[in-house]
Design a protein. Structure first.
Length: 266
């Protein structure tokens, strides 16, 4: 039987009063793909990710996760279905340690109660141990073991962003949604995160959908790219083709832009 695509989006529209944040956006993401979403400020990228992850309800259109209609599912159900996301701004608990933050993510996946309950049943202890092992494995995969017991608020921004990624992969997602994973980082940190995203896909076969402003890295990292402008899809395809697409260049730079400009945009 043919594999079902992890994400199929059809005719999505979203309105905020008079603002049409999304207008009839549709696309498909195949198993194990890294799919980049680009577009100038206000293009609708975050709105799209919010609809895909069930945070917002679309005015029209559908989202299918692994063949199941998902746009009306509550967010915690998405976690149980193998979908994890990170946020544009760091969304960790600053007063908890890195390891504790990862365990909170696991908790979301496995359902409430188990980690916090006081029972000493052997199966509960075994379950808690399994969560810890999975959390530590996620940290090790991203070379973060050294900060496992550090409080998140004490960490540099670039490390916090990486911890968010670790928290997401500790949920063992089949589909990973990343909202500007490289934002606010220096060049070395960006390269590190980009390499980590690729390693996650290569090692676990995770499908990745990523919004990102750094066009150079999106093009280098993605298998396919989609560009939005004013809530509409204006291009989709091979990263290098989308970057050169006249509509995309115009969206970023107006009529005076040319393809060389966007090639260097970061
Ligand atoms: N909660 C909201 N209420 C009202 N308008 C909103 C809301 N969220 C987004 N918008 C509007 O919807 C449009 C799309 O915004 P969105 O944040 O999705 O764009 P974006 O491409 O993610 O932008 P950026 O790159 O700046 O993050 C914008 O006009 C924005 O002002």
């Amino acid at each position: 039987m043919a594999a079902v695509d992890p994400l199929v989006v059809e005719g999505l529209s979203l309105r905020f009063g008079a603002v049409e944040a999304l207008r009839g956006v549709g696309f498909r993401v195949g198993q194990g793909e890294i799919f980049g979403i680009i577009g100038p400020n206000g293009a609708g990228k975050t709105s799209l990710l919010n609809v895909v992850s069930g945070t917002y309800r679309a005015s029209a259109g559908r989202v299918h996760h692994f063949g199941v209609e998902g746009s009306r599912q509550p967010r915690h159900r998405l976690a149980g279905r193998g979908i994890a996301r990170t946020f544009q701004n760091v969304a960790l608990f600053g007063d908890l340690t890195v390891l504790e933050n990862i365990l909170v993510g696991r908790h979301q996946k496995m359902g409430a109660g188990l980690l916090s309950c006081g029972f000493a049943w052997p199966f509960v202890r075994a379950e808690a141990r399994r969560h810890r092992e999975a959390a530590r494995a996620a940290l090790a995969f991203l070379d973060l073991e050294g900060v496992a017991d550090a409080h998140v608020e004490a960490l540099p921004y670039g490390v916090k962003k990486k911890v968010e990624l670790a928290r997401a992969i500790a949920m063992e997602p089949k589909l990973l949604l990343l909202d500007e994973p490289l934002a606010g980082m220096n060049a070395a940190e960006k390269q590190d995160i980009a390499a980590s995203i690729r390693r996650i896909r290569d090692r676990f076969g995770t499908t990745v959908v990523m919004i990102e402003h750094d066009i150079g890295l999106v093009v280098a990292l993605s298998d396919r790219v989609m560009a939005l402008d004013h809530g509409e899809k204006i291009a989709e395809g091979a990263p290098a083709d989308v970057r050169r697409d006249p509509e995309v260049v115009r969206a970023y730079f107006g009529d005076g832009g040319d393809a060389l400009d966007i090639a260097g945009h970061a």
